[in-house]
Design a binder for this molecule. Structure first.
Ligand SMILES: *[C@@H]1O[C@H](CO)[C@@H](O)[C@H](O)[C@H]1NC(C)=O
Ligand SMILES: *[C@@H]1O[C@H](CO)[C@@H](O)[C@H](O)[C@H]1NC(C)=O
Ligand SMILES: *[C@@H]1O[C@H](CO)[C@@H](O)[C@H](O)[C@H]1NC(C)=O
Ligand SMILES: *[C@@H]1O[C@H](CO)[C@@H](O)[C@H](O)[C@H]1NC(C)=O
Ligand SMILES: *[C@@H]1O[C@H](CO)[C@@H](O)[C@H](O)[C@H]1NC(C)=O
Ligand SMILES: *[C@@H]1O[C@H](CO)[C@@H](O)[C@H](O)[C@H]1NC(C)=O
Ligand SMILES: *[C@@H]1O[C@H](CO)[C@@H](O)[C@H](O)[C@H]1NC(C)=O
Ligand SMILES: *[C@@H]1O[C@H](CO)[C@@H](O)[C@H](O)[C@H]1NC(C)=O
Ligand SMILES: *[C@@H]1O[C@H](CO)[C@@H](O)[C@H](O)[C@H]1NC(C)=O
Ligand SMILES: *[C@@H]1O[C@H](CO)[C@@H](O)[C@H](O)[C@H]1NC(C)=O
Ligand SMILES: *[C@@H]1O[C@H](CO)[C@@H](O)[C@H](O)[C@H]1NC(C)=O
Ligand SMILES: *[C@@H]1O[C@H](CO)[C@@H](O)[C@H](O)[C@H]1NC(C)=O
Length: 457
């Protein structure tokens, strides 16, 4: 199923059609596979419980394979295993995998049942290969320190649950270039890392996921991406669960929950960061934010990037969590503190914080923002900071805990008749001297009342 990229959708209806591996597959015969879910309701084992095996097993060896069809049809079995200091290259070949995984945690943490498993300080160059998997299996899995897989000019297709395209864990590294990826089932992200840390680098690729929880990027570790055209039909474009995701020159579309979801699956963590440079993020659902933060202290940065939402909400920070179902937000044990830095970008939309969460929003380097900030429910706290080259057009009355503006005359704030209320007890706001002043456009900046600062309305 190809997907359409809307160009300048607001102005005209120009579209281009992007083909992905599903256009060459039989989605009909994979439909049963794609509705499979899995039982996650058991304690994962913290060690490798199954041997990683397969018919093409390379143990401490060096080998080149080309023009071959490699396949297996067996549960808990890989097609190709490259392990124990092996150096194996595969080119112009087709890898086909059938067979289920009996333990999806083992699949996640060790690559059980993955079509191609590169482990234990092995190195693989995969070029011009087509990898097709059914019944739920990762396409390319890399595990362990000093394990590297370089894959280029290749096509990755999957049906069945938890079938990531590129998948790295245990400090393994995968580097992809010129790939076309499609996954049809749930929890099958295009480019994914798992714990402990996987390193994922991907360039010049097309990615399309159809299932719930199947993002373009799933980070637990580091993801670097450049020039990716991606569409996640029933997921955000990224999940960050303790990770750094750095995206450049990409056009990404999200179909469920939010543009990107930044959370902690366990107790609240800090340090996750997503950055977009020269990117466009499009978010379809009616109520979804561009960037969503829950149960986390985390940051985001946008440089020369755009966010287009249907909801008109740029950022949500919530006392909330995504569960293993990946299709709704549940309550969590902690609120979110989100810090977002905008550079050379023009954004339209609101900031919404819920139930004790906070959002800090910094505009610099000729950025513009049209929007307001408000509480979803409960108390909420917002900080806005502008440099002198950036500007803000209010679209509603706004209450800020901290407000700093390098242009102390506020000539870069356009009130459009709305008021800006600030916490006169915050040290950041001392420069305002507790005063009330008229702003451009007729609105006033003035100290907030206690009630306003509690943020409920
Ligand atoms: C690799 O081969 C060595 C030597 O035969 C053996 O001891 C080891 O168990 C093998 N490793 C795997 C993962 O099969
Ligand atoms: C695999 O390909 C890499 C990169 O082209 C090359 O350096 C290496 O020698 C090749 N190894 C084998 C075993 O063919
Ligand atoms: C692989 O073989 C080399 C040379 O025989 C040996 O030095 C090395 O320890 C082996 N590595 C593993 C992981 O077995
Ligand atoms: C891989 O699949 C594509 C279609 O998705 C096909 O055009 C190409 O020839 C295949 N390549 C190999 C090496 O089988
Ligand atoms: C493979 O797994 C599937 C799904 O769990 C199961 O129905 C089937 O019996 C298994 N096959 C074998 C040979 O164990
Ligand atoms: C990697 O090495 C560990 C420890 O020796 C071993 O248990 C595991 O089976 C190996 N993995 C693979 C895929 O060979
Ligand atoms: C693997 O690499 C990580 C990160 O560099 C390091 O903390 C860990 O000790 C390494 N593990 C082994 C077995 O070398
Ligand atoms: C906010 O979090 C609550 C749970 O605390 C959840 O029910 C609600 O759906 C979340 N809303 C959004 C937009 O994140
Ligand atoms: C709001 O936060 C409090 C903790 O401050 C928590 O007990 C409560 O469950 C949260 N409610 C919702 C709906 O998120
Ligand atoms: C929100 O209220 C709770 C308790 O009512 C308090 O602990 C928390 O600091 C407040 N958060 C903000 C952001 O004002
Ligand atoms: C403005 O751009 C410079 C240079 O690229 C960068 O170092 C700085 O952090 C940017 N400022 C903001 C507020 O993003
Ligand atoms: C406002 O500034 C105070 C003092 O620096 C800081 O602790 C607080 O986190 C800031 N609030 C927001 C929403 O950034």
């Amino acid at each position: 199923m190809s997907f359409l990229i809307l160009l300048f959708a607001a102005v005209s209806a120009a579209t281009i059609t992007i083909l992905d591996p599903s256009d060459f597959a039989s989605l009909k015969s994979d439909a049963a596979d794609n509705v499979l879910t899995a039982n996650w309701d058991y304690a994962p084992l913290s060690y490798q419980a199954y041997a990683i095996t397969g018919p093409y097993f390379y143990n401490n060896t060096s080998k080149g394979v080309s023009h071959k069809t490699l396949s297996v049809s067996k549960n808990d079995t890989s097609v190709v295993v490259i392990t124990e200091d092996s150096h194996v290259n595969i080119s112009q070949s087709t890898v086909i995998k059938h067979g289920y995984s009996s333990d999806l945690y083992q699949s996640s943490f060790y690559g059980l049942n993955a079509a191609v498993n590169i482990a234990n300080a092995s190195v693989a160059y995969l070029e011009n290969i087509n990898v097709t998997v059914h019944n739920g299996a990762a396409n390319i899995y890399v595990y362990g320190n000093n394990s590297y897989a370089y894959i280029s000019d290749s096509s990755l297709y999957s049906s069945g649950p938890v079938s990531h395209g590129l998948y790295a864990a245990g400090y393994g590294t995968v580097v992809g270039k010129n790939l076309r990826h499609y996954s049809g089932a749930y929890r099958s992200s295009s480019f994914a890392g798992d714990s402990p840390k996987g390193y994922v680098y991907v360039y010049d690729s097309i990615a399309h996921t159809a299932g719930i929880g199947s993002a373009i990027f799933y980070g637990q570790g580091t993801v670097y991406a450049e020039n990716i055209l991606g569409y996640a039909q029933q997921a955000p474009i990224a999940f960050l669960d303790g990770s750094q995701i750095d995206i450049h020159g990409s056009d990404l579309t999200a179909g469920l929950l939010a543009g990107a979801v930044i959370f902690s699956s366990g107790t609240r963590q800090s340090g996750s960061e997503i950055s977009f440079t020269n990117c466009r993020l499009t978010v379809f659902p009616d109520d979804a934010a561009g960037l969503w933060f829950g149960n986390v202290i985390a940051s985001a940065s946008l440089v020369r990037s755009q966010i287009h939402t249907t909801s008109g909400i740029l950022v949500i920070a919530n006392h909330s969590q995504v569960t293993q179902d990946f299709n709704y937000f549940a309550d969590s044990t902690a609120a979110a503190d989100a810090t977002i830095t905008i550079s050379e970008s023009s954004l339209t939309g609101d900031l919404v914080a819920y139930n004790g969460s906070s959002i800090s929003w910094t505009l610099g380097n000729y950025s513009t923002w049209t929007g307001t900030a408000y509480s979803g429910y409960g108390n909420a706290s917002f900080s806005v900071s502008l440099d002198a080259s950036s500007s803000w057009m209010l679209t509603g009355n706004t209450v800020l805990t901290n407000f700093t503006d390098a242009d102390t005359t506020l000539s870069n704030v356009h009130s459009a008749g709305y008021n800006l209320y600030y916490d006169s007890s915050s040290s950041h706001n001392r420069w305002l001297k507790g005063a009330t002043k008229k702003m451009h456009g007729g609105g006033y900046i003035r100290p907030a009342s206690k009630l306003q600062l509690q943020g409920s309305h």
